[in-house]
Design a protein around this ligand. Structure first.
Ligand code: NDP
Length: 270
């Protein structure tokens, strides 16, 4: 018996697509997959943020391994155009990370019908549209993998995020159906369940909620205490990215329809 010289993720040369790859967990996932040898395409809506992320990633990995394209994942035409760009630049995508999105803070009492529709549309169609557009490429690439960035709210709803929690539970269910339907096509479908991970979303909440002069460190540590997170802190984007990269890789070749919890022990489920 011999040990491999160095354990590799096995994604060298693979083409990976990360929606919402211009910030937070998506940007960290793009970095991780590039470090593991993949070529990576990212998308987002804000052109300046996207350009900054593409330049940062291209600066470390080489511009020939990075594609950045403005695309709203809710816009079917834009998602189709993004899929065509990826294939013509790199060849068929073998990895799709459905990450784009954000949570909505609202209780049942203050969620309007319009807000419910908007939230359900964002959560469902941010998975449905890219999955539909990239599926033919994932099949052609062989050993395709989809990873959805979902939330612990799917299993552990919070009343102050009622619409997001319900929509996230729907994604938990959808991933299971997709995994079954796409298995014969050689495509695995999994997800990560994120607890609280430092990102653009939390930085924006800090900017509006922190007391005058309160540092990010003090604010986020107080948040972790208030939420009773056993590991005592928020997660880092790279900690979510590592779980996503594992599920997207051949190291997880016998895992589909499943999830990895990235919540620092915040999940109360056995
Ligand atoms: P960030 O705000 O840091 O990043 C979100 C990314 O998604 C940005 O690149 C943003 O770019 C992009 N995005 C948002 N909406 C769209 C859209 N319609 N089309 C294309 N791109 C879009 O947040 P996070 O890294 O925290 O979030 C990543 C995912 O993780 C989200 O789905 C979020 O709901 C989920 N999550 C995060 C948690 C956390 O604690 N951080 C907890 C649970 C789930 P732009 O705005 O320019 O389009």
């Amino acid at each position: 018996m011999s040990l491999p010289q160095r354990l590799s993720l096995g994604v060298e040369g693979r083409v990976a697509v990360v929606t919402g790859g211009s910030s937070g967990i998506g940007l960290a996932t793009a970095r991780t997959l590039l470090a593991a040898g993949a070529r990576v395409a990212i998308c987002g809506r804000d052109g300046a943020r996207l350009d900054a992320a593409r330049d940062e990633l291209g600066g470390v990995a080489g511009p020939d391994r990075v594609l950045g394209e403005r695309c709203d994942v809710l816009d079917e035409g834009a998602v189709g155009a993004f899929a065509r760009s990826v294939e013509s630049r790199f060849g068929p995508a073998g990895i799709l990370v459905n990450n784009a999105g954000q949570g909505r803070v609202s209780t049942f009492a203050d969620t309007t019908d319009a807000a419910w529709r908007e939230e359900l549309e964002l959560k469902f169609f941010s998975v449905i549209r890219p999955t539909r557009a990239f599926l033919p490429q994932l099949e052609r690439a062989g050993g395709g993998a989809i990873v959805c960035v979902n939330s612990l709210l799917a299993r552990q709803p919070e009343p102050h995020m009622v619409a997001t929690s319900a929509a996230r539970a729907g994604i938990l269910n959808l991933v299971r159906s997709l995994a079954t339907e796409l298995a014969p096509k050689g495509v695995r479908v999994n997800m990560v369940l994120i607890g609280l991970v430092e990102s653009g979303q939390w930085r924006r909440r800090y900017a509006t909620q922190a007391a005058p002069g309160e540092s990010w460190e003090a604010w986020s540590a107080a948040l972790a205490r208030a939420k009773h997170i056993p590991l005592g802190r928020l997660g880092r984007p790279d900690e979510a990215a590592h779980a996503i990269a594992f599920l997207s890789s051949p190291l997880a070749s016998y895992t589909t329809g499943s999830f990895i919890d990235v919540s620092g022990g915040h999940s109360r489920h056995v």
